[in-house]
Design a protein around this ligand. Structure first.
Ligand code: NAD
Ligand code: LMR
Length: 336
């Protein structure tokens, strides 16, 4: 028995090393001490592709780093605290994941976070431009629909913008859709495939249920209820937390999955596909989430719009004006 287990572990090791080409990436988490940042960093500490885990926040990172650095995985966790250590934390990063900023309380929209979070994204994007302009950047901070265009404008101004390297993280919408469909159909959610396109707030979140595999069948009423549940799932958590913030654990899981996919792509793995909110010419909205193939330079191929039925076409019509407004707000802020 022991022999068998050892052999299996060895095989796994051989597979890890033979598939991987570089296997030593630096990932920086900006906002590493927060509700998302801590569990996200814990999950990244366990990713075998990460050798350097850089933990940046304006508070508490020495403690978070000391704690994580006692975990027996190969990556080194180092904490950086305060604006004057931001540049150092970012230098040499291959991937930067950003959950820095304030979360919602009941009664607030994601857009209500703009006043505080837009400035945070602006500062971090400026430092990325100076310290790791080639990094793949994944923005979790809300409002995602607006924060990604802000970062794009800042990187443009610095002359380092590469649309293939900037991502808004909408993975939690996919994770939720898989969970809800899996439980409704009584199948393992991990086996469910479903594109969730558009943006990351209310009507801009467009789960394409007609393309789910296995197919989610139901009356139009059931389909509309599930669609709205996915669109409003963030608010469901905000209400349940009753003033103590928004989704953190499921977001950490989703963020670690997305960052892990970016790393797999960087490392040359084939067929790495994730939905993410990126600069796009697929619709009239200049940033839009669709399924993407991730590769050695980030976004390798945009797979475009999945086939939509008439109901989903209507959802898309509703999403576009809202997205355009959110995007313009970011562009105006960055250029003010
Ligand atoms: P939190 O308040 O628990 O943590 C935020 C962290 O950011 C804190 O540790 C804080 O010190 C840090 N921070 C503040 N200003 C900073 C700065 N200038 N530089 C670096 N760090 C800074 O909040 P949270 O629950 O972790 O949520 C963080 C953000 O993620 C919120 O904006 C929230 O709306 C968003 N969010 C997005 C998704 C998504 O699907 N994209 C899901 C959940 C939450
Ligand atoms: C979510 O979808 O859970 C996040 O965007 C956080 C929020 O404010 O809903």
């Amino acid at each position: 028995m022991l022999k068998q287990v050892t052999r299996q572990l060895a095989l796994q090791g051989v597979r890890n090393f033979s598939v991987s080409q570089q296997n030593n990436y630096k990932v920086t988490v900006c906002g590493a001490s927060g509700g998302i940042g801590q569990p996200l960093s814990l999950l990244l500490k366990q990713n075998p592709l990460v050798t350097d885990l850089s933990l940046y926040d304006i508070v508490h990172t020495p403690g978070v780093a000391a704690d994580l650095s006692h975990i027996d995985t190969k990556s080194k966790a180092v904490g950086f605290m305060g604006a004057d250590q931001l540049g150092e934390s970012l230098k040499g990063s291959d991937v930067v994941v950003i959950p820095a900023g304030v979360p919602r309380k009941p009664g607030m929209t994601r857009d209500d976070l703009f006043n505080v979070n837009a400035g945070i994204i602006k500062d971090i994007a400026n430092s990325i431009a100076k310290n790791c302009p080639k990094a793949l950047v994944a923005i979790i901070t809300n409002p995602v629909n607006t924060c990604v265009p802000i970062a794009a404008e800042i990187l443009k101004k610095a002359g380092v913008y590469d649309p293939k390297r900037l991502f808004g993280v909408s993975t939690l919408d996919v994770v939720r859709a898989r969970a809800f469909i899996g439980h409704a159909l009584n199948v393992d959610p991990q086996t469910v495939q479903i594109p969730v396109i558009g943006g990351h707030s209310g009507v801009t979140i467009l789960p394409v249920l007609s393309q789910s595999q296995p197919l989610f069948k139901g009356s139009q009423d059931v389909i509309e209820k599930l669609t709205v549940r996915i669109q409003e799932a963030g608010t469901e958590v905000v209400k349940a937390k009753a003033g103590a913030g928004s989704a953190t654990l499921s977001m950490a899981y989703a963020g670690a999955r997305f960052a892990g996919s970016l790393l797999k792509g960087l490392n040359g793995e084939k067929n790495v596909i994730e939905c993410s909110y990126v600069q796009s010419s697929i619709t009239e909205a200049t940033f839009f989430s669709t399924p993407l193939v991730l590769g050695k330079n980030g976004l390798q191929e945009n797979l475009g719009l999945p086939k939509l039925n008439d109901y989903e076409k209507k959802l898309l019509e509703a999403a576009i004006p809202e997205l355009k407004k959110n995007i313009q707000k970011g562009i105006d802020f960055a250029n003010a």
